[in-house]
Design a protein around this ligand. Structure first.
Ligand code: KG4
Ligand code: ZN
Length: 351
């Protein structure tokens, strides 16, 4: 009872002052991350312990291994984040944590850690949606960016078009009805023999390939802002297998370039109309797939033709990290939104 009252008072004082130094924790998938972020826009430190090498052995994330590794990494990664920010625990104003969507066991490790930290230090606790976090990575990179804007969020688990109406207020205009864009990259990468996650390697290979070498169908989705990537993925895998059966394996660079072009066209085919339809002249990219070089180039070029300004976080802020959680948390805190000690992880949390 005492915690709730103290945390509430501290949170309202912070909201009134407009300032807050937040420790943010992210454990939704296979990265244990901690960061210290000031006032939603300034990164004081950012640390990430990646588990990718452990999961590579299995060709994808093994949830049980992910949870155990988070438990091991959380304390040292927070200590490092504090040390690099030049701060002691007492200097922090609040603690933020990703509470969903993601792997429920993985999320729970961060949520339990953040609750204990908040309770022990009597600091406000802020719950953050991982997708909102990806969107807010753009605030860290672009000091001038303010809502409203359209955000294309494409990652290993999600492909959404979001309309950020105001800080902390989003409308999901559309999403994928099957695979996410990153998932399609990773699955095709695996069939090409690339190690998990294949998206970044496939992107690098594509840079020297011919994007017209192989033809892919254009996904047909009725929803004006909806996506579907499973048809493209299946077409790609079938082509690789058919060529192998004929004894003429695909040229990896050409194949990567053609497949990447098909995914990027599909993503922008829906994101740009979303901006135009809503008369919004700002398009932001977010999520791991926003690291894709062709997507970054094409978004800039195609949006520019419609006088739409493009925003994208630097590559290291596209993939999972805790700074984006710290930014999203600041805007929640400023609206007086804090979480109680009954906070739970929610694997399917919607934005
Ligand atoms: O946002 P993220 O780190 O995790 C999720 O929330 O899912 O995104 C990871 C995804 C993986 O599917 C990975 O292959 C993809 O982002 N990715 C890329 C690139 N870098 C990472 N996909 C295409 N091109 C890239 N350069
Ligand atoms: Zn993510």
């Amino acid at each position: 009872m005492r915690y709730a009252e103290t945390a509430r008072q501290k949170a309202s004082a912070l909201a009134e002052s407009g300032r807050a130094v937040i420790l943010a924790i992210e454990t939704s998938c296979d990265e244990t991350a901690a960061a210290v972020v000031a006032d939603g826009r300034r990164v004081l430190s950012s640390e990430i312990a990646s588990q990718i090498d452990l999961h590579k052995l299995y060709g994808g994330v093994v949830p049980e291994i992910a949870s155990r590794e988070h438990v091991i990494a959380l304390n040292p990664i927070v200590e490092l984040a504090l040390k690099n920010a030049g701060m002691a625990m007492e200097d922090l104003d609040a603690v933020a944590v990703t509470c969903g969507p993601g792997l429920v066991g993985a999320l729970l490790t961060g949520v339990a850690w953040a609750k204990a930290f908040a309770y022990g230090l009597e600091k406000p606790l802020i719950a953050v949606n991982h997708i909102e976090g990806h969107v807010c990575a753009n605030y860290l990179a672009a000091p001038d960016l303010e809502p409203p804007f359209i955000c294309l969020v494409a990652s290993g688990g999600h492909s959404h078009i979001a309309l950020a109406r105001a800080y902390g207020a989003y409308e999901i205009l559309g999403g994928t009805c099957d695979d996410a864009a990153g998932e399609a990259f990773d699955k095709v990468g695996r069939v090409l023999g690339l190690s998990y996650p294949g998206g970044a390697t496939l992107d690098a290979l594509a840079e020297s390939g011919d994007e017209n070498a192989y033809a892919f169908p254009r996904p047909r989705v009725e929803h004006r802002y909806g996506y579907s990537f499973s048809g493209l993925k299946t077409a790609a895998i079938n082509l690789i297998n058919q060529q192998a059966q004929k004894g003429q394996p695909v040229n990896t660079a050409d194949f990567a370039a053609s497949f990447r072009r098909a995914i990027v066209n599909a993503l922008l085919d829906k994101a740009l109309p979303a901006a135009r339809d809503h008369k919004i002249d700002k398009l932001a990219l977010a999520g791991g797939v926003a690291a894709n070089r062709l997507l970054r180039r094409e978004a800039t070029r195609m949006a520019g033709e419609s006088n739409i300004k493009t925003y994208m976080p630097p590559i290291e802020l596209c993939t999972d990290n805790a700074t984006m959680i710290g930014s999203a948390a600041y805007y929640r805190l400023m609206k007086g939104e804090t979480a109680g000690l009954d906070l739970n992880a929610e694997a399917g949390l919607e934005i």
